[in-house]
Design a protein. Structure first.
Lengths: 116, 425
């Protein structure tokens, strides 16, 4: 098994409070279903969170602290999952199930730094 | 030379046997070695070493009855040696993932029958997680055994650029753990389509080189045809492989007639059909019939049928244009591509007249998907010329000429430009 990070990108919502409850509910259900499907596929979710919008981000380059995300992109990183899968095909099959209704996901293999 | 076995015929004979084995067996040797080595770079090195060792050993002991088996066994033994030596180091690096491997690498026994892993190799090279141009480069490098320099030359990029492209793709295979396997039934249609797209891209790049002095790069055309033959041998039930092979054979059958003595491109309507390769056409037609048998034809088979109709037609004018137009309509539903629409426009012109064809071309021009595509301007120019609108034709020929980088195409377009009364100055 190898670990992959699924990065979920999409258009930004101004803030979490402005999301209508039914949309929120729908998203939670979609992610709940996703978690079940991951288990069924034989992969494993190691971790995963949703992020506050980039308007809350603070970037630090060297010693300089600036307001905003590291890179301005049209579609922002909105959340992630860390998963364990057999290989890239397995990870991609899982990532295809990941809810990202208005955007998409990026799959990145985790670099093993354990040295063993 | 006295120590040579009788009938081996000396150094030249052994050299040509090794060269022949390289051409025929490289993919088999590398693919089988990759499974043992668990790493493409090690497998490549060991396979190359085995071919090097063959020169000396075959000269001394004679050419083995099964050169491929000899080379594979030699390469796999070397791979196992390397792995034993580097075991502690290798354990830290990501390995080629073989989901069916039993036990860890290095413990693998050499089986009596060496499995044919060429399909694994092809599907790994053409994995959708690898960029198309890198898929092409990897396939040429790993499956066809071309050197990076040869691939760079074929695609007219610098050797360091091509080397970087190949290295990056290989790194991704191991770091992202792209599995070394043939995809399962669910994924197979899409994955096979990616493989066939790569083979077709090799062919089209060879058939009409995008740039340069040569119209055709025969090496690429032959590699593409060889690859399709290999795929057909390994997956005889996949009808689209037959379709693609047919398409390439029927298209390449015109090879001797595509240039005039001055190196100017000759269009299909100008070619001497009596000099088309009759044997290739017979093979191609037989493959088309087989490909059509047993279900809805795919995009390569449909294009092959169109190529077969051209091959059978006594002249350009006496071609079954109505049937070709119908086939393009079917092809568009199987493969909605603006390039197909442009080809269809030519069939429309032949069935419904030049003006109707031009209307199709102008419609395509306005939707901008083919902006910068040299054959759009060239087709428009040709239709305007036939409609006796020389001034507009000249504008379109100039546009096509500005986009054409191939010398034979440039000569053709310049000649046409002169015909419509606007010689290149």
């Amino acid at each position: 098994m190898a670990q992959y990070l699924i990065l979920i990108y999409g258009p930004e919502t101004a803030d979490a409070e402005s999301i209508p409850p039914e949309v929120w509910q729908e998203a939670m259900e979609a992610h709940g279903r996703f978690s079940e499907q991951v288990v069924e596929s034989g992969a494993k979710i190691v971790g995963g969170e949703a992020l506050q919008p980039t308007s809350t981000a603070t970037s630090i380059r060297g010693d300089v602290v600036t307001d905003g995300p590291f890179a301005e992109t049209k579609e922002a990183l909105g959340g992630y999952y860390l998963i364990e899968a057999n290989d890239l095909d397995h990870a991609l099959a899982v990532a295809k199930l990941c809810p990202a209704p208005e955007g998409g996901v990026e799959v990145r293999p985790i670099l093993d730094t354990s040295g063993g | 030379m006295s120590h040579l076995h009788e009938g081996d015929g000396g150094v030249a004979h052994v050299h040509s046997a090794v060269a022949e084995a390289y051409r025929r067996e490289w993919a088999f040797v590398l693919a089988a070695t990759a499974r043992v080595a668990g790493d493409i770079d090690i497998a490549e090195e060991c396979a190359a070493d085995a071919f090097g060792a063959a020169l000396d050993t075959w000269l001394r002991d004679g050419i083995p009855t099964k050169p491929g088996a000899w080379l594979t066994t030699t390469a796999r033994r070397r791979a196992l040696d390397v792995l034993r030596r580097e075991k502690t180091l290798r354990a830290k690096l990501p390995l080629l993932i073989d989901p069916e491997a039993r036990g860890a690498y290095g413990d693998a026994e050499e089986p009596d029958v060496i499995p044919d892993d060429r399909l694994r190799l092809v599907f790994t090279c053409c994995h959708p997680a690898i960029a198309r141009e890198a898929q092409v480069a990897l396939t040429l490098r790993l499956v066809c055994g071309l050197t990076t320099a040869e691939i760079a030359q074929a695609f007219l990029v610098s050797e360091p650029t091509m080397a970087a492209r190949v290295t990056r793709a290989k790194k991704k295979i191991s770091a992202a753990r792209i599995p070394y396997r043939v995809p399962g039934t669910t994924d197979l249609p899409d994955r096979l389509d990616a493989v066939l797209t790569v083979v077709h891209l090799l062919f089209t790049t060879g058939h009409t080189a995008p740039t340069g002095d040569q119209l055709v790069r025969h090496d690429l055309v032959e590699r593409a045809i060889d690859l399709a033959r290999m795929l057909l041998l390994l997956m005889p039930d996949e009808r689209e492989i037959r379709g693609l092979l047919a398409l390439m054979l029927l298209t390449d059958a015109r090879r001797a007639t595509r240039l005039d003595p001055d190196g100017r491109l000759l269009l299909l309507e100008e070619q001497d059909r009596s000099r088309w390769d009759a044997a290739a056409i017979v093979d191609g037609r037989a493959l088309v019939f087989e490909a059509l048998h047993g279900g809805r034809p795919g995009r390569f088979t449909l294009q092959a049928v169109i190529a077969a109709l051209h091959a059978e037609a006594p002249t350009w004018e006496a071609t079954e244009w109505r049937q070709i137009l119908d086939l393009y309509d079917v092809l568009l539903t199987a493969w909605p591509s603006p390039v197909v629409e442009l080809n269809r426009a030519v069939a429309v012109a032949m069935v419904d007249g030049w003006a109707a064809g031009l209307a199709e071309v102008e419609r395509l021009e306005s939707d901008q998907r083919l902006t910068g595509y040299r054959y759009l301007a060239a087709t428009k120019a040709d239709l305007l010329r036939r409609l006796d609108r020389p001034a507009e034709a000249a504008v379109a020929y100039r546009e096509a000429l500005a986009l054409a980088d191939n010398a034979a195409e440039q000569r053709f377009l310049a000649a046409r430009l002169a015909e419509v009364g606007n010689p290149v100055t």
